[in-house]
Design a protein around this ligand. Structure first.
Ligand SMILES: *[C@@H]1O[C@H](CO)[C@@H](O)[C@H](O)[C@H]1NC(C)=O
Length: 217
């Protein structure tokens, strides 16, 4: 059954309902990842949420969105220092400190940005971070390559095993606008939230490269 799912997943980018499932990334490699497909080519605002579980004590990328003009179009990057996290927008980094991140426990993370204010903010289990300036006035635009599990140090590649994700991930959603704090809170609690209109875990187009397994969460 698992093999069948893997075959289906790697052959065809038809949307799949991954409700109740998770991706398992069981090895440190510079290859294994999930590519996510969207036809969107322009964002003047964005929110991404997902849940993850890991015991990594080194830097690692989680969600890496790249466009031809910016390798780090929109990046979630977890630091070796457990309470530190970086988000990048259009190659500009915002660093967040003192977050309630833990090893060996499912946690939800959301990040949101808009081009008008240029502010980026993140939430851990629904708890908001401080707001930081990254990039304003220009959209994230161009054909998007979205990868979970590796850091794109170049558009669509430049992977480094020492920045790879090892662990499990689930419930990934992406919206082309900023969610309200109430919507973020509902996501974190798992209450009926509106699924992502760019990426939707319940109807996800993706391709698996290397050893990434789809399992029951
Ligand atoms: C996905 O599956 C869940 C659980 O079986 C179901 O409740 C939900 O309606 C499905 N969503 C879509 C978009 O098919």
């Amino acid at each position: 059954m698992l093999l069948l799912l893997l075959l289906v997943a790697s052959c065809a980018a038809v949307p799949q309902n991954l409700s109740g499932k998770m991706f398992t990334f069981p090895q440190e490699t510079d290859t294994a990842h999930v590519s996510l497909t969207t036809s969107s080519q322009n964002f003047n605002a964005v929110t991404v949420c997902f849940r993850f579980f890991t015991d990594l004590k080194r830097d690692h990328a989680l969600f890496s969105l790249s466009v031809p003009s910016h390798d780090n179009g929109f990046l979630f990057y977890n630091m070796a220092k457990l309470d530190s996290f970086e988000m990048s927008v259009r190659n500009t980094i915002a660093k967040f400190e003192g977050l309630d991140l833990k090893l060996n426990q499912w946690q939800s993370v959301c990040g949101a940005w808009d081009a008008v204010s240029g502010l980026v903010q993140m939430w851990v289990d629904g708890k908001p971070s401080s707001r930081k300036f990254t990039s304003s006035g220009s959209d994230i635009s161009g054909p998007m390559i979205i990868v979970f599990g590796q850091d794109q140090d170049a558009y669509g590649g430049g992977f480094d095993a020492k920045q790879s994700f090892v662990g499990m991930m689930s419930d990934l959603h992406m919206w082309d606008h900023k969610l309200s704090p109430y919507e973020i809170w509902k996501y974190a609690k798992g209450f009926g939230y509106a699924p992502g209109n760019v990426l939707n875990w319940n109807s996800l187009e993706f391709q698996i490269q290397g050893r990434v397994l789809i399992e029951n969460a």
